[in-house]
Design a binder for this molecule. Structure first.
Ligand code: 9MJ
Length: 678
């Protein structure tokens, strides 16, 4: 009896593990959630009835068990050291010199890795099974967080290697972190629930690991990279003798390691690596705060040894700080396309993360209030990647009480129209519409932008002059411009003037979706515009649609529907739209009511980062066109939509000769679908 129960449990375990792999690693679920839950509960029930047969690598161990009263202390077999920092080329050269001298070598090979900004942990695998996970603690004694760590899906409960081929005891060190996207989502739902919001992904990872109830940790989006070995007992199979080879080995055994790891031959190559990782940083889905440089040979590492806190064979090459102190000199108000007034902080110029910053966004009036900001305040500015710097806090204890209050204008700083702030909205807006020069400029810029009418050669500086000289008051006026008029503008020779006139003539031939997007209706982006065009098929049908009809369109909710009806209700606006449409040739998609589906019967897969819309939006669009969207490539896949940094799926598509659509080609295809006439 017990044998058959044990076999049954083994079988359930294998099935669940395979489904987990399909779900978490391959992004291609093989069963419904309900089927999965049923299998899961069967295994849980058997484990409860036969606790002696329960295995520590069972998938049931990932969801969290009994809450702990407190974490136990665990001494580390080998101290978990921190790293010394270097900040520039000279520090790095000094590190390299020390290493070379101690080893009596001319040159030393280094293994370089991104420095993950998470929580350092030690994982112990005994005969391939995870038996202990501990925090770094003070480096000598950590806390036992095994129950919590078991809930992290990228950490294998059992290594993917035969027990006789794996070390008797393997201690893996690495960083547990929360990916940026997961962090944003966690904070968004915490905000909605009125719960605690974390300041950054690192705090969120730490807070999630410090839960005594592992069921909470199980709900947190945590991930892991392994980056070193601790004390190991090799057994029959010796461990590799370079750091890079050890990482490769860990990867093979199912422990995730960072793909950007690179072996380099000298300090110049370390610098090049550092620069390269720094440029990739904004695009990574996890926070890093530098790179780690390690002597690659393990024999050399042992020879170099450690000082009290840190090994002599490794160093952290930190990125410049992303925060700096400066002073708020003034607040100006910029008027955007929809009239939104954005307060902008004018700062005493300061270097933040290697870039000189003199402006920062303050978002809106609520943000100024939240910061308690006053003119003349000393402030902390933060710059993350290539996003606009922001003021994160005021240094209150440096207040002199001579600081001035920031007054939100009641009239538009550009056109003097009254500023309105609707109840419940954080944003104040200029009520001037296209009477406001600032809104005019933004409206015209948007109208001619790449995803709208795509008027080549109509740059910001030209738009600025056209509006300032009152040659153009609304998008319609663009089409009356002559080359003679344009030649009078700065930076405009006869050739570019002629080119612009012909670009404008060309832009008159466009699609309904581009036109809808070009109008700049609030909440209507490229995808919504595509959906509207596909659903209604003509401009007049969109104008005629009421809120209910609009909500029948995929992706259109109440807010968007209301913005649309409000936009078309304004008689002046409506006649402007109709005049424009009469001047243009709008091609509509081959569909009304969203019923024609050119990709019906096809299966598409997406990979990489898309620039023009989110993956969810692209998925919705593909589905609306009739395609099924799958998570993994097979010979049956009809096409792969490849965004930037497409990885293994692209390689697989190539090997299976699956057609690959680069993002630009895909949008060209979608546009071409739209151009097909009834
Ligand atoms: C991080 N934080 O990414 C080490 N680290 O190695 C990497 N930390 C480390 N290595 C030895 N990639 C001590 C710390």
């Amino acid at each position: 009896m017990s044998k058959s129960v044990s076999q049954q449990m083994q079988q359930l375990k294998q099935m669940l593990l395979a489904h987990n792999q399909a779900y978490y690693e391959l992004d291609a679920p093989t069963v419904s959630d309900h089927e999965y839950d049923t299998l899961f509960r069967q295994l849980q029930a058997l484990e409860a009835a036969y606790p002696e047969l329960k295995q520590s690598d069972s998938p049931t161990q990932r969801v969290g068990g009994q809450a702990l009263a407190k974490f136990e202390s665990v001494p580390h077999r080998q101290p978990m050291l921190s790293l010394d920092n270097v900040f520039d080329r000279a520090d790095l050269a000094a590190f390299n010199k020390r290493v070379c001298e101690r080893l009596s070598q001319e040159q030393v090979e280094y293994c370089c890795e991104p420095k993950i900004d998470g929580i350092a942990v030690s994982l112990t695998y005994e005969q391939g099974v995870l038996t202990m996970a501990a925090t770094r603690g003070d480096g000598r004694v950590g806390e036992n967080i095994t129950d919590n760590v078991r809930t992290i899906h990228s950490i294998p409960l059992r290594l993917a290697v035969e027990p006789e081929q794996c070390p008797l005891r393997l201690e893996v060190r690495g960083e547990i972190f929360m990916p940026k996207a997961g962090f944003e989502a966690l904070n968004a739902s915490a905000l909605q629930a009125g719960a605690k919001v974390f300041a950054n992904p690192r705090n969120a990872a730490g807070g999630s690991l410090r839960q005594l109830d592992s069921k909470i940790t199980a709900q947190r989006p945590l991930s892991f990279f392994a980056y070193a070995l601790g004390e190991c007992v090799a057994g029959a199979m010796p461990l590799p003798t370079t750091h890079a080879a050890q990482l490769a080995c860990l990867q093979e055994w199912g422990l995730p390691t960072n793909k950007m790891t690179a072996v380099v031959a000298n300090p110049e190559a370390v610098l090049a690596y550092y620069e390269d990782v720094m440029t990739q940083r904004p695009r990574l889905d996890y926070e890093i705060d530098g790179v780690v440089i390690k002597v690659n040979s393990i024999v050399d590492q042992v020879a170099l040894g450690a000082v009290a806190r840190a090994p002599r064979w490794a160093v952290a090459f930190k990125f410049p700080a992303q925060e700096a102190l400066t002073r708020l000199e003034a607040v100006e108000f910029q008027v955007g396309r929809t009239g939104a007034l954005t307060p902008v902080a004018r700062l005493q110029p300061v270097l933040v993360g290697g870039v000189m910053v003199s402006n920062a966004t303050l978002h809106n009036a609520d943000e100024i209030k939240r910061l308690g900001l006053r003119l003349g305040d000393e402030v902390v500015v933060h710059r993350a990647g290539d996003v606009i710097p922001k003021v994160v806090r005021v240094v209150q204890h440096h207040r002199t009480e001579a600081e001035g209050f920031i007054v939100f204008p009641s009239q538009c700083p550009v056109c003097d129209s009254p500023v309105q702030r609707l109840a419940g909205e954080a944003i104040a807006r200029c009520s001037g519409g296209l009477r406001c020069q600032a809104q005019r400029k933004e409206a015209i810029r948007h109208f001619s932008s790449r995803h709208a009418l795509d008027v080549v050669g109509l740059g910001d500086k030209i738009v600025e002059q056209l509006v300032d000289k009152e040659m153009v008051a609304a998008p319609l006026d663009l089409f009356q411009l002559t080359a003679e008029q344009l030649v009078g503008l700065e930076r405009m020779g006869p050739k570019s003037a002629a080119n612009l006139v012909s670009a404008l003539a060309e832009a008159r031939q466009t699609t309904l979706a581009r036109f809808i997007y070009a109008l700049g209706i609030r909440e209507v982006g490229t995808t919504t515009a595509l959906h509207l065009a596909a659903h209604f098929g003509s401009l007049e049908a969109i104008i005629a649609a009421d809120v209910e009809a609009l909500q029948g369109v995929s992706d259109v909710g109440e807010v968007v529907a209301e913005q649309l009806t409000r936009y078309f209700q304004d008689p002046q606006q409506l006649s402007m739209v109709r005049d424009l449409a009469a001047l243009l040739t709008l091609t509509a998609p081959p569909t009304t009511g969203g019923s024609v589906q050119p990709l019906l019967g096809q299966t598409w897969v997406m990979t990489g980062t898309l620039s023009r819309c989110s993956r969810d939006e692209a998925k919705a669009l593909l589905q609306r066109l009739g395609a099924k969207v799958s998570g993994s490539i097979s010979s049956k896949t009809s096409a792969l939509l490849a965004g930037e940094k497409a990885g293994s799926k692209r390689t697989k598509a190539e090997s299976l000769a699956v057609p690959i659509y680069e993002e630009s080609a895909f949008w060209a295809y979608v546009d071409s679908l739209e151009r097909l006439e009834d």
